[in-house]
Design a protein around this ligand. Structure first.
Ligand SMILES: Nc1ncnc2c1ncn2[C@@H]1O[C@H](COP(=O)(O)OP(=O)(O)OP(=O)(O)O)[C@@H](O)[C@H]1O
Ligand SMILES: [Mg+2]
Length: 367
């Protein structure tokens, strides 16, 4: 069942278009994240859904109910939408206890004391905050403050939760834990969540689907695995995952072996092992022989071979960086520097000659 429907939503600030022709259906119980670089329109879109301002064009529905439709002069304010929102700077009231913070929206709606106690009690227990109920926010950890803000949004039993970078104020360890907690709460309560982040790891960790945005427009909508393994366009491949990008002309493609040859200049042609998806070509038009392309290779898809072969390119190790679970090397090749991630126990020396295999390469038409 659809919980939120966005149809061709456009939002302009004066002459500037912050969100353009954006369409998306969020299902009941789905965790969707809006991912994209700073300024791409994520907060604008979330606030359009929350009803902080009217949109310029398009329609927004919550379930079956139209909540924004400028063409028909429909615009419901935030308090008429029954959507919960949590901001980056959680905005909990510093002078109120945890209990009172969570009870606040219910008091505004003039619920009875008995109802308030019951509802707040349920949320406190759900979020593991019972023992903190009488504390002020200044006496809480970052994670507890964050859960208080979440509690205040949840206590209204919203149709969907809209979260705008809710974990960005937390340190890295706590943020990791809160991702799991949030996901668990979402699963347990079957919540529908639209979650804004500019952090690709975060969106991969929490989402059922990622909506990748750039300059107010959708670039790709996919599950985290699909987004990572089969980026539909250059922007996706560069934004999600760490990649080398090599430019050249596809001089030859051997469809049987999945090998392509990239020619950078008249003296330089290198072999690439194409990614699965591009052999079958299910997304869009796959570049053909003679076309100028960007070839994208994830750091971990560059393999180090023992000796030269028909599918290797030669390089020289410039510098290595030990990063715990892997070591990252910069290798100088005829195509410039290529970054390689290897097992941490694979030791290469500076100036050492190596042979690289470029695997699982995604190619996109040059822009
Ligand atoms: N009230 C406003 N008036 C004019 N322009 C605005 C307004 N709010 C946002 N913008 C512009 O709209 C664009 C999108 O802003 P938005 O806040 O939606 O980005 P974002 O994706 O949330 O970025 P971030 O990751 O930095 O939070 C930006 O270029 C911003 O400058
Ligand atoms: Mg924002």
């Amino acid at each position: 069942m659809a919980k939120l429907v966005l149809e061709n939503v456009t939002k302009q600030y004066g002459a500037f278009t912050a969100v353009k022709d954006f369409s998306l259906v969020v299902s009941d119980g789905e965790f969707v994240s809006l991912l994209g670089p700073s300024g791409c329109g994520k907060t604008t879109l979330l606030r359009s859904i929350a009803g902080f301002f009217p949109i310029t064009q398009g329609r927004i529905l919550s379930g079956e109910k139209v909540i924004s439709d400028p063409a028909r002069n429909i615009y419901l304010g935030p308090d008429q939408r029954n959507l919960g929102m949590v901001f980056q700077s959680y905005a909990v009231w510093p002078h109120m206890s945890v209990f009172d913070n969570i009870a606040y929206p219910l008091k505004l709606r003039k619920l009875s004391r008995q109802d308030i106690n019951a509802k707040v009690g349920r949320v406190l227990s759900m979020l593991n905050l019972e023992t903190q109920a009488q504390k002020k926010p200044s006496e809480l950890s970052g994670g507890q403050q964050q859960r208080t803000a979440l509690g205040r949004a949840l206590v209204m039993e919203p149709d969907a939760l809209l979260l705008d970078e809710p974990l960005s104020n937390l340190d890295a360890k706590l943020r990791d834990r809160m991702r799991f907690e949030l996901k668990e709460i979402q699963r347990t309560l079957n919540l529908t969540i639209v979650y804004v982040t500019h952090d690709q790891d975060e969106s991969m960790a929490v989402s059922d689907r990622i909506v990748l945005m750039n300059q107010g427009q959708i670039q790709q909508v996919a599950s985290p695995r699909e987004m990572f393994d089969f980026p539909a366009r250059l922007f996706s491949a560069r934004f999600v995952g760490q990649s080398n990008v090599l430019d050249g002309v596809l001089s030859k493609i051997d469809a049987v072996s999945g090998t392509a040859y990239l020619t950078a200049d008249k003296d330089t042609t290198v072999p690439l092992q194409l990614s699965q998806r591009h052999e079958g070509d299910q997304i869009g038009k796959h570049p053909g022989e003679g076309q100028s392309v960007h070839a994208v290779i994830r750091y971990h898809n560059v393999k180090i071979a023992d000796r030269a072969d028909t599918d290797t390119i030669e390089g020289t190790v410039i510098v290595g960086t030990y990063l715990g679970i892997y070591t990252q090397y910069e290798v100088e090749t005829v195509l410039g520097r290529i970054i390689v991630q290897t097992d941490a126990d694979k030791r290469l020396q500076e100036r050492q000659q190596v042979f690289l295999k470029l695997r699982n390469v995604h190619v996109f038409p040059a822009e």
